[in-house]
Design a protein around this ligand. Structure first.
Ligand SMILES: *[C@@H]1O[C@H](CO)[C@@H](O)[C@H](O)[C@H]1NC(C)=O
Ligand SMILES: *[C@@H]1O[C@H](CO)[C@@H](O)[C@H](O)[C@H]1NC(C)=O
Length: 313
């Protein structure tokens, strides 16, 4: 009798231990689940090990960040969690820190071009390719909407073939679009042909050129965004950006002069007393807040959001 009772206790203990081990998700289990979720495959064990290490760092980072309550935003283990940011930044020199703030009048406190219908679907550039090509195209699409009340997909390939000759080349992009006779629709321009084929289709939208917002001046930027969605360059090199999920993004380590990524600002607003810019990214709808990120506004030119802002005219 006593013997069988002990045996029962022993069995129950074993079952309990087993259940507690298998019931608790281990990191290995989470890694397997995450790889399945995002369809990740690696060339070999060696490559997998490298990505697993990066993933572990991301995992730790996400736990720590989301455990804090003072950051204003949350991060997640998205499809970039096994990758290291390798974009090389462009250095902007002589960016003023005390900018004369433009007094703007008749500009509402909040604005969102998306609800006006001026913004197309979120694109996915993949992590490679020229990031600015999509944003330049999107800005010309929005320009057509603001001028003619009509939104159509324009040819990203045409911008790529004709106007983007080096990475983050943005200064003359809108002028270049003017010089090639405007942009054709997405459907009428061929898939990338490796040379400028602007003669192969009739342009739907013509612009005069580009306008640049006074460097670092977030009031002037606000007035510009109220007129039309604006293209900006930012420092997106931090894990916090890469793994952003939602909330108002601000990163103490962000630079306002070393910029490595382009976004389209489509609006602005204030949430619980914190000002933000509504920024459209081009990493697909599975990234961030359905493809968007809110970046802190009036917080010392956060991540260089007002360092290089341009829009078509
Ligand atoms: C979360 O924060 C609490 C309190 O600050 C701390 O004790 C705990 O270790 C943190 N957990 C993680 C995973 O960072
Ligand atoms: C194509 O672009 C060139 C400049 O690269 C320009 O001279 C020419 O007029 C453009 N063609 C059309 C049809 O607009």
């Amino acid at each position: 009798m006593e013997c069988s009772q002990r045996l029962l206790l022993f069995c129950v203990t074993i079952v309990w231990i087993f259940a507690s081990i298998s019931g608790k998700p281990t990191l290995e289990n989470e890694w397997t689940y995450w790889k399945q979720k995002y369809g990740k495959t690696y060339k070999d064990k060696h490559e997998e090990l490298n990505h697993w290490k990066i993933w572990l760092d991301s995992y730790k980072y996400v736990q720590q960040h989301n455990n804090r309550t003072d950051t204003g935003f949350i991060v997640e283990m998205n499809f970039l969690a096994d990758q290291i940011n390798i974009r090389s930044p462009i250095q902007y020199n002589n960016v003023k820190t005390d900018v004369p703030v433009t007094k703007v009048q008749d500009v509402p406190d909040s604005w969102d071009w998306r609800v006006k219908g001026a913004v197309g679907p979120v694109q996915n550039q993949g992590m490679m390719g020229d990031v600015q090509t999509i944003v330049i195209t999107e800005c010309v699409e929005s320009y057509e909407f603001v001028k003619k009340g009509q939104l159509e997909g324009l040819s990203i390939f045409e911008v790529h073939d004709c106007c983007v000759h080096s990475r983050l080349e943005v200064d003359n992009a809108f002028k270049c679009i003017h010089d090639i006779g405007g942009l054709c629709s997405e459907a009428s321009y061929p898939k990338s042909v490796g040379r400028c084929a602007n003669d192969s289709c009739d342009a739907d939208v013509q612009v005069m050129g580009g306008e640049t917002v006074a460097q670092g001046d977030e009031q002037a930027l606000k007035a510009a965004v109220y007129k039309i969605p604006v293209m900006v360059l930012v420092d997106a090199s931090h894990a916090s950006f890469q793994l952003y999920r939602s909330g108002i993004y601000s990163e103490p380590a962000c630079s306002s002069v070393r910029l490595d990524h382009a976004l389209q600002i489509v609006g602005y607003g204030t949430m619980k007393g914190v000002d933000y810019w509504i920024c459209k990214n081009s990493w697909g709808v599975d990234w961030g807040d359905r493809g968007y990120i809110l970046i802190a506004r009036n917080k010392g030119n956060m991540c260089g959001i007002a360092t290089h802002a341009t829009y078509p005219v």
